[in-house]
Design a binder for this molecule. Structure first.
Ligand code: FES
Length: 146
């Protein structure tokens, strides 16, 4: 399997690894294809993602997509971050082998879940509004299936 220079670079030197204490939002998702798990932490100030960290228990492609997607949403508004698609992440990585494309979906979903968690804590939107705005897929918890 051939990985791009960018994938190898982000895999060997991932950015923003770790967790944020007292994060504004935390999103955890599991990949139904392989069972790998990603957890994303965001810190939000004035509707802007001022910090983001991740932990990924997964393959190299999942780690590289997590890493680059944290760089892509840092400094963005919540609405801008919700627009980030896995294809944007794949393009930024200069491509992924076709069998690894499913790995890039984890980052997009983890971002959406983290933002949804922020909205829930904020308490201004109903669960239905949050699901719609964050394009949540069910189930949203990788562990309990709820
Ligand atoms: Fe599981 Fe890549 S093989 S995320």
């Amino acid at each position: 399997m051939q990985y791009s220079r960018k994938v190898v670079e982000h895999y060997t030197n991932p950015r923003n690894v770790g967790k944020i204490e007292n994060a504004s939002g935390v999103g955890e998702v599991g990949n139904p294809v392989c069972g790998d798990i990603m957890k994303m932490f965001i810190k939000v100030e004035n509707n802007v993602i001022v910090d983001v960290k991740f932990k990924t228990f997964g393959c190299g492609a999942a780690i590289a997509t997590s890493s680059i997607s944290t760089e892509m949403i840092k400094g963005k508004t919540l609405e801008e971050a919700l627009e980030l698609k896995n294809v944007d992440v794949v393009n930024a990585l200069e491509g992924l082998p076709p069998v690894k494309l499913h790995c890039s979906v984890l980052a997009e979903e983890a971002i959406h879940e983290a933002i949804a968690d922020y909205y829930r804590k904020e308490g201004k939107l109903t669960e239905e509004e949050i699901k719609k705005k964050c394009k949540l897929k069910k189930p949203h918890c990788a562990h309990c299936g709820e």
